[in-house]
Design a binder for this molecule. Structure first.
Ligand SMILES: CSC[C@H]1O[C@@H](n2cnc3c(O)ncnc32)[C@H](O)[C@@H]1O
Ligand SMILES: [Zn+2]
Length: 434
């Protein structure tokens, strides 16, 4: 017998109703076998969900997981200054070992806050895949290519590496890793390179993930240089489509929203990063009304400054109302759907829902807390009141990754210590004290 029963709790169903039920997991296949009446089934192993709510594991649709090493290193600047003055000089000193240590830390943080899958943009991606393998989570990984500031040979090598890494790592970690082709953004990768390499990525059947329309500073040069809005330019480059998602999508006009909807391109909405860098407010209600699939991302921990998807859900609901000037915009059901089904759709996962046949990626949220009392509406609580620290258990691919707040596959204390050491040495190297 290799089944697991998540028993004694309430369950969030795909239609966002809540009922008392037990969730039977087939650990062999990693799928949910059934959702059954309470107490009607036994299993080899049980996970106690009493006083809890069983929900799909959350999906972080856009992050840079190893940037945990830079958490709190540089704050309170806009995107361009933050990247150019602080982040990129330090990232130039990053080693593969640093990135693995940072990735492990980020993954521990996500497991502890109920996230079971994330989509990442970075480099030394094989080492991030190793961390994903050990931790038991799912991830969509890729090597991010930047061509500005590089000579032709280095620029072309970087884009080729993005394609090669995506081909090599697809299916790693027993199938829990998939991959994307990743031009960093429409301003940091030159047009000639995009015209050469996007067709190659398409030919190889690779999904695509890139930053787009994040700040006004990014939109204006594209309009000036190409005479088109960024997403019109992206469409001309064949970057948009069912298997593309863009991070941010803040400064999009009506025609671009229609383009996203018509091409089936998704958006990974990163509200905390957009607020912290003062990038702007994404028109999430308008995107959803147009039929665009919107998922939720944290962006990196240096611009957030945590990887708790529950924080992000609350921020998305709040800022979604502010930008729409409508308290009824981006309601609780919408943000819960975005961080579950929405993110799962962007990451092309058969999950984001508690239903027989779906991936057994689950989180059990403890409802016995002062800030969750009374429990009029569990969906309201998920959107507005639950914190990552309320997650009691986390399950991915049928395996228990956290039980009663103890992370099982990784030694959390050792991961934190190692990441702290790598962060300290990295900054010393970057600042010339090493
Ligand atoms: C070359 S790997 C990815 C690259 O992206 C940088 N980054 C982190 N946050 C953002 C953001 O909000 N917009 C654009 N780029 C971002 C990260 O530091 C890496 O250099
Ligand atoms: Zn990003």
């Amino acid at each position: 017998m290799s089944d697991l029963l998540v028993a004694g709790g309430q369950v969030l169903r795909p239609d966002l109703t809540v009922e008392r039920a037990d969730v039977l997991v087939d650990r062999e296949s990693g799928d949910i076998a059934d959702v059954v009446d309470p107490g009607t089934v036994d299993a080899a192993e049980t996970l106690d969900a009493s006083d809890g709510l069983v929900i799909p594991g959350l999906g972080n649709a856009h992050t840079h997981v190893a940037m945990t090493l830079l958490r709190g290193y540089a704050d309170d600047k806009p995107l361009d200054a933050w990247l150019q003055e602080d982040i990129w000089p330090v990232e130039a000193e990053l080693t593969a070992d640093d990135i693995e240590a940072g990735a492990e830390l980020g993954i521990v943080e996500m497991i502890r806050s109920g996230t079971t899958a994330f989509s990442d943009m970075y480099f030394h991606v094989d080492r991030i895949a190793d961390a994903v393998d050990r931790a038991g989570v799912r991830a969509v990984l890729g090597h991010t290519a930047v061509t500005v500031g590089k000579d032709d040979e280095a620029a072309r090598a970087d884009l080729q590496q993005s394609i090669d890494v995506a081909k090599q790592l697809d299916g790693a970690a027993d199938g829990r890793v998939s991959t994307t082709f990743q031009p960093h953004s429409l301003t940091t990768v030159g047009e000639a390179y995009l015209r050469e390499f996007v067709p190659k990525a398409r030919e190889a059947g690779l999904p695509i993930h890139f930053h787009a329309n994040e700040t006004e500073n990014e939109v204006d040069p594209i309009v000036d240089e190409h005479g088109a809005r960024p997403l019109e330019y992206a469409d001309d480059l064949d970057l948009l489509g069912e298997d593309t998602y863009v991070a941010h999508g803040v400064h999009v006009d009506e025609a671009e929203i229609d383009l996203l909807a018509d091409t089936g391109t998704g958006v990974a909405h990163c509200p905390a990063s957009n607020m912290k860098l003062a990038s702007g407010m994404a028109p999430v209600q308008r995107l959803r009304d147009a039929g665009v699939t919107v998922g939720i991302g944290t962006d990196g921990a240096a611009s957030n400054n945590d990887l708790d998807a529950f924080d992000e859900v609350r921020d998305a609901a709040m800022i979604g109302k502010l930008v729409a000037d409508d308290a009824g915009a981006v309601p609780a059901e919408a943000v819960v759907e975005m961080v579950t089904r929405g993110s799962a759709d962007l990451l092309d996962l058969d999950g984001g829902r508690v239903e027989a046949g779906a991936n057994a990626d689950l989180a059990v949220v403890d409802l016995e807390a002062a800030h969750l009392t009374p429990a009029h509406d569990p969906v309201s609580h998920l959107a507005y009141a639950v914190r990552g620290s309320d997650v009691r258990h986390t399950v991915c691919d049928g395996e228990v990754l956290m039980r009663d707040r103890g992370v099982l596959p990784l030694d959390e204390a050792a991961v934190r210590e190692r990441a702290s050491e790598h962060a300290r040495d990295l900054i010393a190297r970057a600042e010339g004290d090493a």
